[in-house]
Design a protein around this ligand. Structure first.
Ligand code: SF4
Length: 477
């Protein structure tokens, strides 16, 4: 079962499926890689934690994981011996076949034979997970081990925490063996292409496109996209990325080359805004969202989405409001963050209830999970009071300025519109959530202070953008 050296692993194989140029650059020009973002590093840590927790589904196993890349040969040998001894549970079992190395999360032996389990820190199974599992199935079977079944373990989206999670309820296990067998010829062909690509003298000529972001943002984006021309179709930021990619694939590579007749009404309006350099300001549309007699309270929310719910009543990845920063029309303001580990629901409810009843209208900075978090845990408040997501105005195309990215978040939009100072603190919602969840006793006060400052800055961005839009509908600009 042990082989010397390997040219491909699970992660580099998936890299090659996404883009063979990325596979090549990763091997031959690794210095061109973008730095891993703190968000990506946090995602890896989360994957590791979830993987370890899933071991409890099959307790008492032996860990074969190499401590270091130089120890792969030892890990392969350890796995080989344990399988020969018919050890009932192995974690991180190592296999190598024709130069492809994989580490399987959990391998189980019972009366029916050998069963493989791959753990994913996700609430569903994606096509990429199936491809990844198909590679493992191919390699493990190639070593001569007859796998009776292959399963993917993922977080159960219907699990609701009620006390310490029972791993048998927290995780779902799905058998995918038949789907993996169907992919055998694709896997063999893709390994061949990967081998060929890695032996080239130069990187393959592959243009940038949608594949640079799907299924994962490629870490050579900085390198490959730096030469994107100013008038590239990809700089038509107001229209969906998929549409831009479709236009580029059809040969319309620059903004002036795009036939307006090809686009739907909203996208055609964005195109003419770029060509003329003029803003789109649809007053009727903006009024639909921010007109009203109530005096607004501006609120920015701090949201976390732990993979494994930490508070009773929450599901895996369930968005949880753990802090807010607000200001009212009289200049009163406050930033409030729940102590990590405490149940935030009642504290946030009290705060929100008080603000909403005073004003009747909460203008918030929006963000991907705010609506879901509010409607899941405060449905009575969202029914009774007006919660206005300012980002809707940009996402609906009611306001657009060439170059604006409608889903960039309110702080970035405010900065783009020159409504904030250069010292404004910007921190992504994902990163804020990570910092909150990972706050340690020794840095807790400092972390909460930073988060509070960032929340406050987001709230002031929300307020500035609101008054900017108000001035448009009041004909002041
Ligand atoms: S940025 Fe795009 S083209 Fe460049 S290596 Fe990555 S996926 Fe391939």
């Amino acid at each position: 079962m042990a082989e010397k050296g390997h040219f491909l692993s699970k992660s580099t194989f998936i890299r090659g499926v996404q883009c063979l140029k990325s596979l090549y650059l990763n091997k031959h020009r690794p210095f061109l890689r973008d730095r891993l973002s703190p968000e990506q590093l946090a995602k890896f840590r989360r994957g590791h934690e979830v993987g370890k927790l899933a071991w409890q589904l099959f307790p008492g196993g032996i860990n074969c994981a190499p401590g270091h890349p130089s120890q792969y040969a030892a890990a392969l040998e350890k796995t080989r011996k344990l399988i020969a001894d018919e050890t009932s549970v192995l974690y991180e079992a190592a296999f190598s076949h024709h130069g492809v190395l994989v580490l399987l999360d959990i391998l189980v032996k019972n009366e029916q034979g050998w069963h493989a389990f791959e753990v994913k820190s996700s609430a569903s199974i994606s096509e990429t997970y199936i491809t990844d599992a198909a590679l493992q199935y191919h390699v493990i079977s190639g070593t001569g081990l007859n796998l009776n079944s292959f399963h993917i373990i993922h977080l159960n989206p219907d699990f609701v925490r009620d006390g310490i999670p029972d791993v048998h309820k927290l995780f779902s296990i799905q058998e995918v063996t038949d789907r993996l067998r169907e992919l055998e010829s694709f896997i063999v062909a893709q390994i061949g292409k990967s081998r060929e690509t890695l032996s080239l003298k130069h990187s393959p000529s592959i243009p940038t496109g949608q594949h640079c972001f799907k299924p994962y943002p490629c870490d050579f984006i900085g390198h490959c996209w730096k030469k994107t021309a100013k008038d590239s179709v990809y700089n038509l930021t107001g229209i969906p990325f998929e549409t831009r990619a479709r236009l580029a694939t059809a040969g319309h590579l620059t903004i002036p080359e795009i036939p307006a007749g090809l686009l739907e009404e909203n996208d055609a309006a964005i195109l003419s805004s770029h060509l003329s350099g003029k803003d789109i300001a649809d007053k009727t549309g903006i009024r639909k969202i921010i007109d009203g007699s109530a005096a607004p309270v501006f609120v920015a929310f701090l949201i976390v989405r732990p993979a494994i719910p930490v508070i009773d009543g929450f599901r895996p990845f369930g968005p949880m409001v753990v802090g807010l920063s607000w200001s009212d029309f009289q200049g009163n303001e406050e930033s409030f963050i729940v102590e990590p580990g405490e149940n935030p629901v009642i504290q946030i409810r009290n705060k929100l209830g008080q603000l909403a009843s005073e004003s009747g209208m909460i203008v918030n900075a929006g963000g991907k999970w705010v609506g879901e978090a509010l409607s899941q845990h405060y449905p009575d408040l969202t029914e009774k009071y007006i919660f206005t997501d300012l980002e809707e105005i940009f996402l609906s195309g009611y306001f657009y300025r060439p170059g604006l990215v409608p889903d960039a978040g309110i702080s970035n939009i405010a900065a783009f519109l020159n409504l904030t100072g250069p010292d404004q603190i910007n921190i992504s919602q994902v990163m804020a959530g990570v910092k909150y969840m990972e706050a340690k006793a020794e840095n807790r006060a400092q972390t909460l202070r930073e988060l509070s400052d960032a929340l406050y800055a987001e709230m002031t961005s929300c307020r500035s953008v609101y008054y900017f839009l108000k001035s448009i509908i009041n004909n002041e600009t």
